[in-house]
Design a protein. Structure first.
Length: 475
């Protein structure tokens, strides 16, 4: 019998809002957060470097779009497995084995790179680049297992009233990581080449493992999954999502950001590299990444508001608008400002979703719910990226370089060498904003908002009852 079947009708046990946490849990969470951030910096450092390097070598938008889309597609495919592993094993064990696996894969890829040679790997007409990219992708995807585990450690270690703030800290740290990653990836590829970049990344990931192994997490051994349970517990994740009215809609609402993220994945880096060069774009992307820090800091201080579901949709509207208008003129400051706003809004959407799940889903099932959500949300980006990248490379960009294309769109997009990419971002951003506005009218929005408020009221009533009981006890 699977865990999901122990509850009649697939209903979930009580939400995890009032779950007790250890007295020093928040300090332990901070250590886990920093360790995971450094590990993710390493993964992103190598992945950004691969994207920068291949575009510099080929100037091919399809290559960068396929790389980014493949990464998100792999995340989508493996997220349910990752969520099941997080629920079945202790969180520290999951993090440790994920880091070991990623480290082993990156070492193998570095050996392959050195054996084949940088010049031959950079030739897209040969199979070596795609082998190299897929192996690196595998290591990067395995490291994403730690992200799901980190989300559940918030429930494990952080008091309920501070979880939204903790989720904001996650966004702040991710912003710092992105800033460091973009600067060093651009500089490393520009000045050292891909070989030294691989060695630097491997050394940094090994250091995170050294820090993680002695770290202690106060956690109980998870209950056994039962005989015949699947390692990829799609049914358990589906039942846990369906047990909360409107939770599936929350996942779809959050996926709106990723739909536009797929557009950005295909063309954002090529646009920046064309405008600033690889080293310059690495620097300016780091400047724009401070938006991630600012957005995460605001969430860490103020939370995500009384209705996180509304926050998610408002962020999607603003995010689409920022992306749409960041390239209406080929001005460097305008593009950096647009990317900054994009980055500043993302932490609020992610923290809002995590806060809702951590409140309304039982701790024992949160790994599968986060995995289920990541499956859908990660799939949205590659779908749009794989559609947009060839469309941009083969039709939109060439058309916008013709006299007819310039005359037709000059009134809106001005002139410049990258007006094709500008048109792609404009249409994608406006589409994202329109879908988010339409979602406010959906009945699922009102249903999930009511369910979340009910969970808030339930926790408040429990805390009031506990406070009243303590006051009645004589000193």
């Amino acid at each position: 019998m699977t865990e999901a079947s122990t509850h009649p009708g697939g209903a979930a046990p009580a939400p995890s809002g009032g779950r007790p946490v250890p007295p020093d849990g928040f300090q332990t969470f901070l250590q886990v957060l920093v360790n995971t951030a450094v590990a993710n910096v390493t993964t992103s450092f190598l992945w950004f470097a691969l994207t920068f390097w291949i575009y510099v070598e080929t100037r091919n938008v399809i290559a960068t779009g396929v790389i980014g889309a493949s990464y998100m597609l792999f995340v989508s495919v493996f997220s349910m497995l990752f969520g099941t592993l997080v629920d079945r094993f202790r969180k520290k064990a999951v993090m440790t084995w994920a880091t070991l696996a990623a480290l082993a894969v990156f070492v193998l890829d570095a050996m392959f790179f050195l054996a084949v040679g940088e010049e031959r790997i950079g030739d897209l007409s040969l199979p070596w680049f795609w082998i190299f990219a897929v192996v690196m992708l595998a290591g990067s995807v395995v490291e994403q297992l730690r992200g799901i585990a980190l989300s559940t450690t918030v429930t494990l270690l952080v008091p309920e009233g501070r979880r939204a703030n903790a989720n904001g800290l996650v966004g702040t740290v991710q912003g710092v990581a992105m800033l460091v990653t973009s600067v060093f990836s651009g500089l490393s590829v520009g000045f050292l080449g891909m070989g030294w970049t691989l060695l630097i990344g491997i050394a940094a990931l090994a250091l995170t493992l050294v820090h993680l192994v002695p770290l202690r997490l106060p956690e109980e051994r998870p209950a056994g999954a039962g005989p015949g349970a699947s390692w990829v517990d799609v049914r358990g994740g589906w039942l846990a999502v369906r047990a909360v009215p409107g939770l599936l809609a929350l996942i779809l609402f959050t996926s709106l950001n990723n739909l536009f993220g797929g557009v950005a994945m295909a063309v954002m880096d090529p646009y920046g590299i064309d405008m600033f060069g690889v080293q310059g774009w690495g620097f300016w992307f780091a400047v724009a990444s401070t938006g991630f820090i600012a957005g995460g800091a605001v969430v860490a201080k103020r939370g995500v508001g009384g209705n996180p579901i509304r926050t998610i949709l408002l962020v999607a509207v603003a995010l689409g608008a920022a992306g749409a208008f960041s390239t209406v003129r080929e001005w460097g400051w305008l593009y950096v400002l647009g990317v900054w706003l994009f980055m500043a809004l993302v932490p609020a959407a992610e923290a809002a979703e995590q806060t809702v799940v951590q409140r309304v889903v039982p701790f024992e099932r949160q790994g599968r719910v986060f995995g289920f959500a990541m499956t859908f949300e990660a799939a949205a980006a590659p779908v749009t990226a794989l559609f947009v990248a060839p469309l941009a490379e083969l039709w939109v960009i060439p058309y916008m370089r013709t006299g007819e294309g310039v005359r037709q769109w000059e009134w809106l997009l001005g002139t410049g060498d990258a007006r094709g990419i500008a048109l792609v971002l404009l249409i994608g951003g406006l589409g994202c904003a329109a879908l988010a506005l339409a979602a406010f009218l959906a009945p699922q929005y009102r249903r999930l908002s009511a369910r979340y408020q009910a969970a808030v009221d339930e926790v408040a009533a429990e805390e009031a009852a506990e406070t009243g009981t303590r006051e009645k006890v004589p000193a």
